[in-house]
Ligand binder design. Structure first.
Ligand code: ADP
Length: 165
């Protein structure tokens, strides 16, 4: 069985992430999306919210499962009996960090391989941070996110504005 872990913050999941998830699901027997808990980036959405959003946009993919995790990625990968870690590469700027991460993981867990999927050109500019920045200024975000996620981001921004006032 080829079991892959696709880790990330997914704060929130974008169409770029969705593209990687769908392509991975086509290649692997089973895919576990690992949503990172201990995030130094102080996320907009709680880990439970991020897990639930991912569940709702991957409901059509029977071999995709969502879990949250903290601690070492290789430990999470072993716990799930997975042998592959998947990462998306958008641009050369992603490469240095991703290579370092993959090589370190390979030293501590030689039985796990990291594979990289190059992003769909359509989404090569897209990141969760850019989407949050646009949404923070009430900009249009529907080109970047699944309609369900657009709704949740708008609700969250309204909540935050109400709290600030
Ligand atoms: P992290 O905090 O680990 O960077 P992200 O949620 O930002 O988590 O990203 C998770 C994974 O998805 C990473 O491998 C990242 O390179 C990839 N990714 C993010 N945005 C895109 C995109 N637009 N197209 C393809 N891959 C992407």
């Amino acid at each position: 069985m080829a079991i892959a872990v696709y880790p990330g913050s997914f704060d929130p999941v974008t169409l770029g992430h969705m593209d990687i998830i769908e392509r991975t699901a086509n290649m692997m027997d089973h895919v576990i999306i690992g949503v990172l808990k201990n995030n130094s980036k102080s996320p907009l959405f709680s880990v439970e919210e991020r897990v639930n959003m991912l569940k709702s946009v991957t409901a059509h993919l029977p071999n995709v499962e969502i879990q949250s995790f903290d601690g070492l990625l290789v430990d999470f990968t072993h716990q799930n009996h997975a042998n592959v870690i998947v990462r998306g590469l958008r641009a050369i700027t992603d490469f240095e960090f991703e290579l370092q991460l993959a090589q370190t993981n390979r030293v501590i867990a030689p039985d796990i391989d990291t594979i990289f999927l190059t992003t769909n050109l359509k989404y090569s500019y897209l990141s969760s941070s850019i989407v949050k920045e646009i949404a923070g200024y009430q900009g249009e975000i529907k080109e970047f996110l699944h309609p369900e996620i657009v709704k949740r981001v708008r609700e969250k921004m309204q909540e935050k504005m109400a709290q600030a006032n």
